[in-house]
Design a protein around this ligand. Structure first.
Ligand code: ZN
Length: 137
């Protein structure tokens, strides 16, 4: 039995991510979330916008350069990488089969924004895809 966690973002983080998703339409957008986690929550303190290096409406790729910069930056700020964000321009905010494969190698919360529904959802992969609450402060 795992403890139900939640991910907490500020209204400002949400605005930044939503704008990023809108600007990248019709392609998917992506970002990395920095913050702190404990047994009950993932608390976002900053959003690190990344480029979808292979632009596609149904997929995203964060380049190794962006990934390295993100990890360096989070370390510098004494923060953890607590989440991976991407958008679904034309579908609901649920992980695709490709997302699921990458969730296996990136076992942090995945935050998905649906442009069509204008909503944020978060998931973590354990033995199955588990939804986690998105709290907006
Ligand atoms: Zn996806």
């Amino acid at each position: 039995m795992t403890l139900q966690k939640k991910i907490v973002l500020s209204k400002n983080h949400i605005d930044i991510l939503r704008n990023h998703a809108k600007q990248n339409k019709p392609n998917e957008s992506c970002a990395i979330l920095f913050g702190k986690s404990d047994s009950s929550q993932f608390l976002t303190s900053d959003v690190f916008l990344t480029k979808n290096s292979e632009p596609s409406p149904v997929n995203f790729t964060i380049s190794n350069d962006d990934l390295i910069r993100a990890y360096e930056e989070s370390e510098k700020r004494n923060l953890e990488v607590i989440g991976i964000f991407h958008s679904h321009p034309d579908s609901i905010a649920y992980p695709s089969s490709t997302d699921r494969q990458y969730m296996e190698v990136n076992p942090v919360p995945w935050i998905i924004y649906s442009n069509t529904k204008d909503e944020f959802r978060a998931y973590i992969l354990e033995s199955a895809i588990i939804p986690i609450d998105v709290t907006i402060l």
